[in-house]
Design a protein around this ligand. Structure first.
Ligand SMILES: *Cc1c(COP(=O)(O)O)cnc(C)c1O
Length: 466
């Protein structure tokens, strides 16, 4: 399988190449040169497989030429063996139409583990084969950072530098990052918002001086391998609810547009999906873009769902590329315009293409709280604020009554205990697997929000590539 950049000028790479590269050298994001497609009978044959085997089956076409069947199977078995639930991503039922897909049974309590437990092992596999070293630079609004750090802590040939917006992640999120003592882990608390931190990471990827000395890679959802791993649970859920004979809709709490884009990929591969509902909080650039075509970034307002406090959704570029005729040159121009003015209009073909599968909704703080209370009253299920935004959107979606709607439960409620306590009066307990998180000492560097400060720190602390 070959991968092409959304901005049309970086050279095509195979799966190993895109996994190690992250962002393309032309500033674009990688996508498969064409979508692999399963027949309906191939999909039906996947029903009942254990999660790790299903994962290997769904991902096989994407890794062709870079991993053997046995290597992929082994990596999946090890990655999903770290989950605390045997089903890995179990489904729960609220009522006739509403379902919940629990994606938070991994080591750091959010859905990011599903992809990152695999990505950490993919890195290790490819680096060993090449006898090379990797410098991971990432920005996190909370959950990516802890999941990435857990996935690579102590692994050879990898250093990780994780930027988080100082004071804007929950205490559980921060401690899950800053209490990891492995010497290859560097936490950087940056003044500013998540978008500021992400902009610095993007800049480092196109900094020739840094790229000349270090092999810099991404663990943000701009890395294709992450999206690929997330495609699997759309298959898992649909197969349990009668797919591929029956269509299923999904409601996805959305920030950087990675998770919901994985649903789009599943549909492209032949999985019958009725709708993908993009659920946002009041930081609603995606809701505005999908409902009116106006993609313009406002300022970020902090909310109780910090992993969705984003105004620039990197992976949206992948959708615009695919539904806009895959014209990399034209998209590069459109994106450069957006980067300069923080605003752009979608073309008609982009709007029409997106509306075939996507709808969107926005939930404010009161609606989020109501959804947490509904889930608790309805069936004693405690959900987190991100999941609640998805559930609100699912319950108000214009979807036929006989189509099941699956809300992706993106985080464990204990990860956002304060917000859940405010909504339900009950404080969710941390699961035993996170151990003595609040007794361990923290270690992180506090840096000003400038690119130079971050670059200097990475330069001084990273290992050069071979
Ligand atoms: C990362 C995250 C999201 C947003 O996912 P995207 O792939 O960035 O759209 C939503 N909820 C939680 C809990 C997250 O950690």
């Amino acid at each position: 399988m070959q991968y092409v950049s959304t901005r049309g000028s970086a050279s095509a790479l195979n799966f190993e190449g895109v996994t190690l590269a992250g962002l393309a050298r032309d500033g674009g994001l990688y996508l498969p040169a064409e979508w692999p497609r399963f027949s309906q009978s191939e999909i039906a044959d996947m029903a009942g497989l254990p999660y790790a085997e299903l994962a290997a089956r769904v991902m096989a076409p994407f890794v062709e030429g870079s991993l053997t069947h046995d290597e992929l199977g082994d990596l999946c078995a090890r990655a999903y063996g770290t989950f605390a639930h045997e089903g890995v991503t179990p489904l729960k039922q609220f009522d006739q139409q509403q379902w919940l897909l629990e994606l938070f049974h991994g080591p750091t309590l959010a859905f990011k583990d599903v992809a990152l437990q695999l990505l950490g092992r993919l890195f290790e596999h490819f680096l060993k084969k090449r006898d090379d070293h990797l410098t991971i630079v990432g920005a996190t609004s909370g959950d990516t950072g802890s999941a990435a750090i857990d996935a690579v802590a102590g692994r050879e040939r990898i250093d990780i530098f994780m930027l988080h917006p100082h004071g804007r992640v929950s205490d559980v999120q921060r401690r899950q990052m800053t209490t990891v003592r492995a010497p290859n882990v560097h936490n950087l608390a940056i003044e500013g918002s998540f978008d500021d931190a992400q902009a610095m990471v993007k800049r480092m990827f196109v900094d020739d001086q840094m790229n000349g000395r270090f092999r810099i890679s991404a663990v943000n959802s701009i890395n294709w391998a992450r999206l690929m791993a997330q495609v699997v649970y759309y298959f898992a859920a649909a197969l349990q609810l009668g797919g591929p004979q029956r269509k299923v809709a999904f409601s996805v709490p959305t920030g950087n547009f990675g998770d919901v884009f994985a649903g789009y990929v599943a549909a492209k591969m032949g999985l019958p999906i009725e709708r993908l509902i993009v659920a946002t909080n009041i930081n609603d650039i995606l809701h505005r873009a999908l409902s009116t075509g106006d993609y313009s970034a406002g300022t970020v307002t902090p909310t109780a769902a910090p992993s969705m406090d984003i105004q620039v959704s990197s992976n949206f570029e992948r959708l615009l590329f695919d539904v806009g005729g895959r014209d990399g040159k034209a998209l590069a121009q459109q994106m450069h315009g957006f980067e300069a003015s923080k605003s752009m209009q979608l073309t008609n073909s982009q709007r029409e293409g997106a509306s075939e599968l996507f709808t969107s909704a926005r939930a404010d703080a009161a609606e989020m709280t109501q959804a947490i209370a509904w889930a608790s009253d309805k069936c004693g299920e405690v959900i987190d604020p991100h999941t609640a935004i998805g559930l609100h959107a699912a319950r108000h979606a214009d979807v036929a009554k006989d189509v099941p709607i699956v809300t992706l439960a993106t985080a464990h409620p204990a990860k956002f205990r304060d917000a859940v306590e405010r909504a339900t009066g009950k404080r969710p307990a941390l699961p035993r697997r996170v151990g003595d998180l609040f007794d361990r000492t923290e270690k992180y560097e506090q840096l000003p929000g400038t690119y130079d400060a971050v670059r200097d720190y990475v330069e001084a602390n990273a290992t050069q590539s071979a």
